[in-house]
Design a binder for this molecule. Sequence first.
Ligand code: NAD
Length: 322
Amino acid sequence: MPTIYVTRKIPDIGLAMLRGKGFTLDVSEKDGVLTKEELLGALRKRSYDGVLCLLTDTINAETFAAVPSAKIFANYAVGFNNIDVAEAKKRGVTITNTPGALTNTVAEHAMALIMAVATRTAEGDRLMRSGKWGGWGPMQLLGADLKGKTLGVLGAGRIGSRLAFHCQKGFEMNVIYYDVKQNTEFEKETGAKFCATPEEVLKEADVVSVHVPLLDSTKHLINAERLKLMKKTAYLVNTSRGPVVDEAALVEALKSGTIAGAGLDVYESEPKTAPGLTECENAVLTPHIASATETTRGEMARLAAENLIAFFDGKTPPNLVQ
Ligand code: NAD
């Protein structure tokens, strides 16, 4: 039966499914991300048939070479920018991910960030805890309403379109979007207007939410120049991947009032943040937890296990990347 290396403990449901099918699992005992040396060292220990890896693991030519027996890397994430997919293809290694399971959860987290930054929830929370609140005031911590405002989605795939659904149906917001592919189904569902360029979205939207995958073409999609196109009253929300936004440029924009605020779940060099970001009162920051609900993390574990089980049954895994 297949022997799988699991790079970090994930919810039991996935591990139990694999063990139930007779798989042998070696699960990393480290309570944290394996360093490159630790990962390569662990993979070289045994002729693993497959690897269950995380978005925090860099999977490239060196990794594949450390475990040439492994014919599948099942990523416990929908994003797979941590994996050199072209290299996997060259070596005939199968890659899978966990799409769908986290769509609504991440969209809800993006909604939470939008609401937190617009209603100044985190600032209010900090004020309460500081013991410095002097009581109700007519001009205190004034935020912005969402009703009737325009949401601009960059990347209207699964998560982007779900967020638009929440914003349009729940908050009566208008929706505009830019994507490399026009999505007419999404337009019908939310009344979204397609914009031919990201610039158009940035100029028009009151809230810009980013949902593109991290690719060479999307690195620093939001840069200093594009931040300047946004309204001074607008908010930027990023739950996609950190490098999609030039974080240093964003800090500058937050400090100078180029935009009103930002809600971020992802960062360019996690777990670090760009100098000055944590001092920006107008930024709401969460530690890459957009998919972190009990149900969704369990569902992701189930999908990753399903992919491995299908592969070793000689079937096409349900969530094949390549
Ligand atoms: P998806 O593939 O369904 O949607 C991505 C969309 O982006 C697609 O419609 C695609 O056409 C579009 N796109 C690709 N390149 C583009 C470009 N250059 N410009 C504009 N649009 C472009 O993916 P999804 O399931 O919606 O997930 C989106 C991303 O969210 C993932 O790739 C992942 O990196 C990130 N994510 C983050 C978390 C988190 O915990 N914060 C959780 C899940 C996913």
